[in-house]
Design a binder for this molecule. Structure first.
Ligand code: ADP
Ligand code: MG
Length: 259
């Protein structure tokens, strides 16, 4: 029994819940069938693997809340290669910044692929086993401020602790004092501990004006932006307009001809 408890403790430390759950059943099977050590070990490891597969990626993707799947496989790296250098993006896709607990700021005009890139980074992080939360800044703030106190606390705690927080459309509009306070909590709690990815249509120097109090705004931006990896561009073609818009127009053509 002593040995069994030690093994359970070790499985817990090794973060092997699948093996831990299956241990008892596999032990009795082994006893009943006079199973060899190798077969027993192989079955227990297979239990762990299937547990990880089943509960892993799909669960993390769902929990992340990416509305619509956007990946780097579905990203045309050449389309905006001057404004968004492919090597830079591939480096972000490697999730190295996550290990370093660095943050990332992606800024540039609408339609160039900022949200797509942010979601694709999140997808890569999920594939590597990280928990991710993707949300627009506005949505997170209003959820935190309008939900019941318990739900709001839970949401904020999750946003503070999640290894990768993606705040899409940061500094989209002016925030009020309560919203600024929430952003300060996020920035202060996460700095150096977990990575945050921010996307914005405005350059970071314009973000100060979106805070009611310049001191609080400065403190937030100092924590969120100063040491972040920055991909800020004022150029870039709108994929939304040029490619998706063109496809829309082409779809509409047959009807145009007929009239
Ligand atoms: P932004 O956040 O910069 O306003 P989005 O990321 O929302 O732009 O991009 C607009 C649309 O164009 C989305 O449907 C996105 O998937 C698509 N898109 C943008 N850039 C690319 C690209 N290089 N390759 C494939 N799809 C792209
Ligand atoms: Mg966007």
């Amino acid at each position: 029994m002593e040995m069994r408890h030690q093994i359970e403790e070790k499985l817990r430390k090794l973060k092997m819940p699948g093996a831990l759950q299956a241990l008892e059943t596999r032990l009795s099977e082994a006893r009943e069938n006079e199973m060899g050590h190798l077969e027993f070990l192989s079955l227990l490891l297979a239990d762990e693997l299937s547990h990880r597969d089943a509960s892993g990626l799909a669960k993390r993707l769902k929990a992340a809340g990416f509305a619509g799947e956007k990946t780097f496989e579905g990203f045309d790296f050449r389309f905006n290669q001057e404004a968004l250098p492919p090597a830079f993006l591939r480096d972000l896709a490697s999730c190295h910044f996550l290990e370093q607990k660095q943050s990332v700021v992606i800024g540039g005009p609408p339609g160039i692929g900022k949200s797509h890139i942010a979601k694709a980074i999140g997808h890569e992080a999920c594939r590597r086993g990280y928990e991710v939360l993707f949300t627009t800044t506005q949505k997170l703030l209003s959820q935190c401020l309008t939900a019941s106190p318990e739900r709001s606390q839970r949401l904020l705690r999750h946003a503070v602790r999640v290894p990768l927080l993606i705040l899409d459309d940061f500094a989209f509009r002016k925030v009020d004092a309560r919203e600024a306070e929430l952003l300060y909590v996020l920035a202060d709690e996460r700095i150096g501990k977990a990575s945050t990815v921010l996307t914005s249509n405005r350059p970071p120097e314009d973000w100060y004006a979106t805070f009611p109090d310049p001191v609080v705004g400065g403190a937030i931006l100092d924590r969120m932006v100063s040491a972040a990896i920055k991909l800020i561009t004022t150029k870039g073609r709108s994929y939304r307009k040029e490619v998706l818009g063109l496809r829309e127009r082409n779809r509409a053509k047959p009807a145009d001809k007929g009239s």
